[in-house]
Design a binder for this molecule. Structure first.
Ligand code: HEM
Length: 176
């Protein structure tokens, strides 16, 4: 493959779109869904947006993965630490794994709680008293916390490259 100095523009565009969508989903989850009782009639509207956006994130993530496999990438930059260089690809693939787990556990919770009928078909049935009765919800919450941790680590690593090593890492994920 040809040597390039930046990621493909489609890959960069999907990166920033997904970053915004995932952060918005985490914010909606923690600050809207988790604090709203299931008896609140507006919760169904928020769940509708959350569930639809979650599935869109999975679709965009799969498209991004395919584009990543098919396009040339700039050479990997070293952090200066052998250990950190080894765990970087694991952390990057970790995003794909955690998003898969997020959507899988969210979807499984939705099925167990009969959410497709309640939320999308507006069957009129009430939401279950709490989602905490479903083990898949515990997984959903735990993976959400792990995802927040991975995002924080990712931002710290980018800042280290950009401001301490000054190796222009940020520029590689932007457009010409
Ligand atoms: C990238 C994808 C997703 C992210 C980042 C995400 C994030 C979150 C977060 C942070 C919470 C709050 C957890 C808590 O209570 O502390 C939550 C709750 C929930 N999510 Fe997701 N979610 C995603 C996808 C989905 C999908 C695809 C579905 C279903 C199809 C779904 C269904 C739910 C349900 C039913 C709850 C429980 C609401 C409650 O706590 O009352 N999620 N999500």
């Amino acid at each position: 493959m040809t040597q390039v100095s930046r990621y493909h523009p489609l890959l960069a565009a999907l990166h920033w779109l997904l970053a915004l969508m995932i952060i918005a989903m985490l914010a909606i989850g923690f600050f809207a869904l988790a604090v709203t009782p299931n008896t609140d009639p507006h919760k169904i509207d928020v769940l509708e947006v959350h569930m639809a956006a979650g599935m869109l994130i999975l679709a965009l993530m799969m498209i991004r993965f395919i584009v990543r496999m098919c396009t040339a990438r700039p050479p990997r930059l070293s952090s200066g630490s052998c250990f950190l260089d080894r765990i970087t690809p694991i952390a990057h693939y970790g995003f794909y794994v955690l998003i898969l787990l997020m959507v899988g556990s969210g979807y499984a919770t939705g099925i167990l709680a009969r959410l497709p009928a309640i939320v999308f078909a507006r069957s009129g049935e009430p939401l279950p008293p709490s989602f905490a009765i479903f083990p898949t919800w515990t997984v959903h919450r735990a993976v959400a916390v792990m995802l927040v941790g991975l995002i924080v680590l990712h931002v710290i690593a980018v800042c280290y490259h950009q401001f301490i090593k000054k190796d222009g890492l940020f520029r590689r994920m932007f457009f010409r």
